[in-house]
Write a protein that binds this ligand. Structure first.
Ligand SMILES: Nc1nc2c([nH]c(=O)n2[C@H]2C[C@H](O)[C@@H](COP(=O)(O)OP(=O)(O)OP(=O)(O)O)O2)c(=O)[nH]1
Ligand SMILES: [Mg+2]
Length: 143
């Protein structure tokens, strides 16, 4: 019993490293997907991506997550920004990269709602709190 509560405390303090992709499309559009209702920050819109697996590089995780979630093969990406955020129940480190080249047509492989959205329309979408910095960077022209 006490072991379980200790494990719980450790989980809260661990920093979860996440590869996040701003996929740049035509006409200043970026690709958004909606988080599953039952997940952490459920129902909110996000940039595709996910947690690094043990021993995996950031780039490895980025390519794997976009292959799994969208069925695309990323061939060029670069760092945009890095955000550390504490949600209270979870601390995350978002390593945000812009994806500039990929093969294939993105499709929602996990049944998640997906849409291309103009950078100037990002304000119309509800994102997890940590994403505020990403949206501000994009709106101010960072790519
Ligand atoms: N992918 C993504 N995650 C985000 C964004 N903003 C944000 O706070 N997060 C947080 C939510 C989650 O706590 C964490 C991502 O974890 P996740 O559980 O969705 O990762 P995953 O895709 O590997 O999912 P799973 O296989 O474990 O189901 O990062 C974002 O824009 N994109
Ligand atoms: Mg994910």
């Amino acid at each position: 019993m006490s072991d379980n509560s200790r494990m719980g405390a450790d989980d809260v303090s661990a920093l979860v490293h996440v590869a996040v992709a701003v996929i740049l499309g035509d006409d200043e559009q970026v690709l958004l997907t909606q988080r599953h209702a039952d997940s952490h920050q459920g129902g909110l819109w996000e940039f595709p991506g996910g947690k690094l697996e043990s021993g995996e590089s950031l780039s490895g995780a980025l390519l794997r997550e976009l292959r799994e979630e969208l069925g695309i093969e990323v061939s060029a990406h670069h760092a945009l920004l890095r955000i550390e955020h504490d949600y209270g129940d979870k601390r995350v480190l978002l390593d945000v990269h812009c994806v500039t080249e990929f093969e294939g047509e993105p499709s929602p492989c996990e049944g998640q709602p997906m849409r291309w959205v103009g950078v100037s329309e990002l304000g119309d979408y509800a994102f997890p709190e940590a994403n505020g910095a990403i949206v501000r960077a994009l709106v101010s022209g960072a790519r």
